[in-house]
Design a protein around this ligand. Sequence first.
Ligand code: 13P
Ligand code: SF4
Length: 313
Amino acid sequence: MDNNELIKEILKLKEEKGAVILAHNYELPEIQDIADFVGDSLGLSQQAAKTEADTIIFCGVHFMAETSSIISPNKKILIPDLEAGCSLADSITIEELRNWKKENPDAVVVSYVNTTAEIKTETDYCVTSSNAVRVVEAIPSDKQILFLPDRFLGAYVAAVTGRDIKIWQGGCHVHEKIGEIDFDAAHEKHPDADFLIHPECGCSSSCMLKSTVYEGCGNVKIVSTEGMIDHVKNSDAKNFVVATEIGILHRMKKLKPEAEFYPISDESVCEYMKMITLEKLYNTLKNDEFEVKVPAEIADKARLSIERMLEIV
Ligand code: 13P
Ligand code: SF4
């Protein structure tokens, strides 16, 4: 089948099954275009929590589908490719977390949502990049915080909140490669551009410090992927430099065709997100595969940390 035929079949099957298709901002353009909702980790979790559909097709990575299964244990959660993982979620094991907690018995554990369901069972608060600062601010100031697994998001949150946070030294292989941004060179190339930087980037905490002092640049925003989209909607800028996975440029260009969007690097590609293709999405709907179901004993222990994340937006 060619893409047009696949699209027709997917829409037909989706209708017949009463399914909803959720897609992350990094998905391939054709997957974003066919989805009912495209968004960041927080937005997708919120949609999964509120949808009335019995079946959710999750076009994203495995931990995102797991999160939906935890929030909505009675719904069928399907992912088009079970191999769509996340290097950041893999950067801490449950044994490592248990040992870390033993060394810090009174600490509050704050985990980025990019973690496995098992890690969430040992977590007090989950956060996404769009609400990490607000969640940490809601924790009493006399509490020691263990933040995991992303060291750059952790450093960013510590810098913004001024809290003394112990940070796990994990990272995402796509974002950690986005190192220091040479603002002078970027400004020379794109003099009136706004700079949009994901807090998982290797440069985020130093960029944040620079952005407060670097007057030559337009707006410098360190935000989640949906925060970037909101910024594009509301900014008068004609040029945007984007420091995150390049899949998001598709949505930005659709939103503002008259503007120019420059990725900080053409190589910022998450191969896990790109595993989800139209053909696999079609097979998912046709064969009801592959189900992601977090076992009840794990889901019941993991749910509170996610509910707390959804409460603080
Ligand atoms: P967002 O929550 O900003 O969409 O980020 C998710 C992610 O996996 C970033 O790499
Ligand atoms: Fe995970 Fe990085 Fe891919 Fe995001 S971009 S899903 S953090 S591997």
